[in-house]
Design a protein around this ligand. Sequence first.
Ligand code: SF4
Length: 231
Amino acid sequence: MTATADYKTLAERASKELADATADEAIRWTVETFGDDFIVASNMQDAVLIDLATQVKSDVDVLFLETGYHFPETIGTRDAVQTVYPGVRIVNAQAEQSVAEQDAEYGAKLHDRDPTLCCNLRKVVPLRKTLSHYSAWVTGVRRVDAPTRANTPIVTWDDRNGLVKVNPIAAWTDDEFNGYIREHGILENPLVSIGYLSIGCAPCTARVAPGQDPRSGRWAGQSKTECGLHG
Ligand code: SF4
């Protein structure tokens, strides 16, 4: 069997065995199983997942999709993460083209005309390339994020990217999540406090009114609801 087939079998087994695992148990399993061979993804909205991971392994790799379109506050949060968690290694995954090169080839503001292509060029492809260096990735996807995420397992096989995917806080409610931030004084992107409850690239992220679905601020006015990273 190839390593890929081995890991796929492993993920299928772990999906059942860790179906009700706590976040800590899921991260410990990841570290015990993969050692250094995994990466923790963060959009730098907060450092909850990074905090959880570094309690088990202080020198984890952290994946940030540096699309070239982020809010300054998001870049600032990324830099603050490096200060608060000095052991982590932040991997900035970038597109082949700069924004200026993309504008030259496709025209300005591709995100307004074809956000799926823009996300593919600036997120999906760089993600896949970065993940090709690892056997597992850890994400902060939660079931309450969106109806499409309602069945997110703790461990699964990511067929699209060809590696194991671990979602340690998949089962966390908003109360649990916000409680963790409060109780542990977790670093948060300052945009959260002014109503940006689901933060992506600046041109595609809007504030949401109190009580509104947090993800309704992403690609507002367009049919798109996901980057294509977790589909
Ligand atoms: Fe482009 Fe918007 Fe996707 Fe960012 S979120 S990659 S700006 S379409």
